[in-house]
Design a protein around this ligand. Sequence first.
Ligand SMILES: CC(=O)SCCNC(=O)CCNC(=O)[C@H](O)C(C)(C)COP(=O)(O)OP(=O)(O)OC[C@H]1O[C@@H](n2cnc3c(N)ncnc32)[C@H](O)[C@@H]1OP(=O)(O)O
Ligand SMILES: CC(C)C(=O)C(=O)O
Length: 801
Amino acid sequence: MPMLPDPAQKYKPYTPLNLPNRQWPSKTFTKAPIWLSTDLRDGNQALVNPMTIEQKTNFFKEVVKCGVKQVEVAYPSASDTDFAFVRGLIEKNEIPDDVWIQVLTPAREDLIRRTIDSVAGAKLAILHMYNATSPTFRNVVFRNSKEQTIELAVKHTKLVRELTEECTQKYGTKFIYEYSPETFTQTEPDFAIEVCEAVKKAWGKAGLGDERIIFNLPSTVEIAPPNHYADQIENFCNKISEREKIIVSLHPHNDRGTGIASAELGVLAGGDRIEGCFFGNGERTGNVDLVNLALNLYTQGIRPNLDFSDLQNTIDVVTACNDLPVPARYPYAGELVYTAFSGSHQDAIKKGFEAQRARHEECRAKGEPLMWDIPYLPIDPADLGQTYEALIRVNSQSGKGGIAYLIKQHLHLDLPRKMQVAFYQVVQEVSDREAREMTVDDITSIFRRAYHFGSSYKGRLSLRNFKISALSGTEKPKPTSDTDPESEEDDSQRRFDGTVSVDGTYRVIRGSGNGPLSALLNALRTHLDLDFAIREYSEHTINDVDEGENARAATYVELVPASDRKATQSWWGVGVDSDIARSGLRAVLSAVNSAIADGREISELALGFQPKSSGPEDVASVIVNQLGLELPRKFQKTFFEVVQRKALEAGGEISINGVTQLFKDTYNYQNEGPTKVALDSFKLDHLDGHRRALSGSFTFFGGSPRTISGSGNGPLSSLLAALHTQIFGTLSIRDYWEHSIGEGSEVRAASYVELVYEVEDEASKKSKSSAWGVATDTDITASGVKAVLNALNDLEIALKN
Ligand SMILES: CC(=O)SCCNC(=O)CCNC(=O)[C@H](O)C(C)(C)COP(=O)(O)OP(=O)(O)OC[C@H]1O[C@@H](n2cnc3c(N)ncnc32)[C@H](O)[C@@H]1OP(=O)(O)O
Ligand SMILES: CC(C)C(=O)C(=O)O
């Protein structure tokens, strides 16, 4: 059947009360009402499978734990299970001394008797009786006149009084009497008051405090907007006699979806007590939700007298008992209510947290309360035991703010605004393409991949080693740019010397500039033809003390082509390191990697080697790639001169293999050929303090082995002392460098030594010469010793007899 074009032909509008002087609209909340949980009665009667005793017991414990002091535990006459449950609570002493259990009964003698039997022996009990008073129920269900309806209520109230008094006498149970004129909202207002006056009179002992009678005024079926309910409550409160001897209780249902509003307006209109269920269970659309009401008060700064500090646990217990889910958008409790997907919400929340942090610091200093004021978030999820983890979630509707918030939360990186925009576009593209929510893991790995952040996310270019040094006056180049972030640092120039891996090939690069970053950019330009300039730079410290780490620096750079500083395309990079200079270098390389991710060609190390057009770094690149040796800078220069001489002899060109062979021959590297001084064996002893003694068997100029020894501050000075026993003149070490080659069990030490030899001839003429030696060994001392002996090969040493 279609919906009617004129619903007035079928549905009657509610009849408004004429309450011209109503007061409730200008009232405000000042305190929490008395709460009555009817989960175990009204909630239980509405379930497909009513709860078991075990479920009801767990539920009872949970509502009590949350602070509810009045709990309607059953309709005991309905079933043996409900009766047994009430008896069990009493007999097993499950009811705290300050908690009232409430039981519901219709106005029928047999059922009232059974109901009172169920609570006998409880310390505190509320006997709740109801009968229907509204015209439809009077006419259709009971076929009673108004007088008969009053008579039914009065007669059974008297019975309740008699039986409860007997019970008090026998078992000491203290009773409060509650009466509900059912479907109060559909009962003629004056008739509802007439019935209640008659019940009060029949009860005959309404007093103050715990002696008050409870008149529960249910909107059994919600038929009008909440202002109508409020008018009815205010009208009742104004007209009922001895108001001070009455607790006016509200029992709103939710048929129109305004149960919460009805309860709240009803309280403003005079209601003292609210009956409801956790998360709004109950017949049809349910009873009013006590959790929602309590937390509404809480966000107004009013103590609700209910504690939902572990809301998730409450949800878990309740849903396990009544088997009803809490919808994702449910106020306070839904899975998605502390989540923002949309960009403008996320942005506002992120800014809100930042502003609040600053505001709270000031308030803390002044001893003022730390007030909550975050856009889109009426309550601090932490107060309900929720973490902020899920607060910001990202999909195609999200913006830069939320994404930046997650990066800050999870990677501790506070991205500059322009980088947020750049990264947002990267995430958007993935999110749109995959048409799904981006999890925190997705976002952090997209970030790591985009900016080559972390050892598992290397780009085409990675830093193997580097050294930053100050340039001497004559070496200083002219400043490269006015906008160079390092130009005002100080007037000392920096040089970058390093080895980078480019698409798996090592390249030794060198450059200079106003600071480490421009020196690196200069090196990239010179050796790899990658010409970039920094357009934006920012840095901050990351204080990871919580994680037991020291403060680290995070640096962000935006690179543009050096030829076009206003270019629309730019590349962002990020670096983190305990050293600020290193974090900057990492940031530059991170940005360069983004720039070259398009697969652009990087000028390769020339296959045919032409010394005139190449430099020391290029020969060093050959050696590091071919032999794994990272020659120190001075060694590079020396070897480059050797290569130049050889290339001239060969007509101006030398191949890469030719360079490698030349290196091996020149420095006796990996060669088995004869050496001036050969090592047979040696041992190193520790003397007092730092001193060492080296002794070993050596062969000089192919003669027979000699056992020699010497001592010094370390293995190499001990070796020189030993050698001095055999040669004229003095050997000294001018430069020494070592590094490891290979990984794991394959790792070896590589040592480089520049040896200086000074000697006087027979005519007392002094001569001084120097030579480099290099060697590798699994033992670092042996590699140093062999490097010294290799260097000796190139020196004209004079042997003693
Ligand atoms: C608005 C509310 O939520 S009220 C609470 C509703 N909750 C429940 O009903 C759950 C528990 N109820 C039950 O288990 C059963 O209804 C019982 C055990 C109470 C009674 O069962 P039965 O005796 O089989 O009667 P039945 O369920 O058919 O109830 C209807 C009878 O009770 C009468 N009745 C209904 N409400 C009341 C009342 N408040 N006071 C007196 N009689 C009442 C009806 O007029 C009808 O009487 P009739 O049989 O003479 O026509
Ligand atoms: C018994 C009464 C209070 C009831 O549950 C209702 O009217 O909804």
